[in-house]
Write a protein that binds this ligand. Structure first.
Ligand SMILES: [Zn+2]
Length: 127
């Protein structure tokens, strides 16, 4: 079982195969979002009443410490970051796009970078 962890408070963000975030889009909408914990799977769940659209800029916020999860060290605007700890206790940075519909995830660890998703070339030069 992989665990996903907040880089600000070290709280556990995942339950089984989903990662839980507080989110707000750039139009004032807000929702709890459950993202698939499977790297390269961009499915997510939210309340049907929340109208998030492709291209929305979404802020991801830790539901435990309420800190913004922006990955400022890589991109000031469009990327967010959490930690992943795998079965062997190995820790990686997981960086993903905050723009709804942009499918790109980067796993960053001491051995290098793995990029996932249809839009993985979009930010690869940031690392
Ligand atoms: Zn936190």
């Amino acid at each position: 079982m992989k665990n996903y962890i907040c880089p600000k408070c070290n709280g556990y963000l995942s339950i089984d195969n989903e990662i839980i975030f507080l989110t707000k889009n750039n139009k004032g909408g807000s929702a709890i979002v459950l993202l698939s914990a499977e790297l390269g799977d961009y499915s997510f769940r939210k309340n049907d009443s929340v109208d998030f659209k492709s291209g929305d800029h979404v802020n991801f916020i830790c539901p435990i410490c309420y800190e913004n999860l922006n990955a400022e060290e890589y991109d000031e605007k469009n990327l967010a970051k959490i930690y992943m700890v795998d079965n062997n206790g190995k820790k990686s940075d997981i960086v993903f796009s905050k723009v709804l519909g942009e499918k790109c995830t980067y796993t960053i660890h001491e051995d290098g970078i793995e990029a996932h998703g249809d839009h993985k070339d979009a930010y690869i030069d940031k690392f």
